[in-house]
Design a protein around this ligand. Structure first.
Ligand SMILES: [Zn+2]
Length: 178
């Protein structure tokens, strides 16, 4: 395990760090010149996020970003809210069904509930990395070795805890991505 600040200090390339809006650790890395900080609610890459994808494109083309890191954080209130949400707001339908499927998968695996949420967040981050990497413009850059898309999970209540998400670890699980 390392910490968010030490992880970011080691970054040498221009990197877009995608934080969830309710993550408490953003302020810790604000001053880092190599980082472009971006927020995505729940860290969710959604079809309705077209403007965010345009922004990422701008970061790559205009700002020279060659890495995107999706930062998952434990105890995410956005994901929790989506899970508890019974409002039926259609805007959130895609996100809600995703989070429901994710939590059901974790329950069926007996993971996530006994490790303070690490597995769940790693799985979430791995899926979002996969989704982002599959967007045509992004996948083009990845295939041309001009862009790395990866993920980490932090405990923002204890800023010293950080784990890099092993993007292959959950490959065998059969999760339907949206
Ligand atoms: Zn969150």
């Amino acid at each position: 395990m390392s910490s968010l600040t030490s992880y970011c200090d080691k970054i040498e390339e221009k990197t877009v760090m995608i934080f969830c809006n309710d993550c408490h650790s953003i302020a810790e890395v604000m001053g880092n010149e190599n980082l472009i900080i971006h927020n995505l609610l729940g860290g969710l890459v959604l079809e309705s996020n077209a403007h965010d994808i345009n922004y990422l494109r701008h970061c790559i083309d205009e700002e020279g970003a060659s890495q995107i890191v999706i930062v998952g954080h434990l105890n995410c209130q956005v994901l929790k809210h989506l899970l508890d949400d019974v409002s039926g707001i259609t805007l959130w339908e895609e996100a809600r069904s995703y989070v429901e499927a994710l939590s059901q998968e974790m329950v069926s695996l007996n993971l996530g509930l006994y490790d303070r949420g690490w597995h769940l967040m790693h799985r979430h981050v791995a899926l979002q990395v996969k989704k982002l990497s599959g967007i045509p413009y992004i996948s083009e850059k990845v295939e041309a070795d001009k862009l790395i898309v990866t993920g980490i999970v932090i405990d923002d209540r204890e800023p010293n805890l950080l784990e890099e998400t092993n993007l292959e670890i959950f490959e065998t699980l059969n999760f339907k991505l949206n």
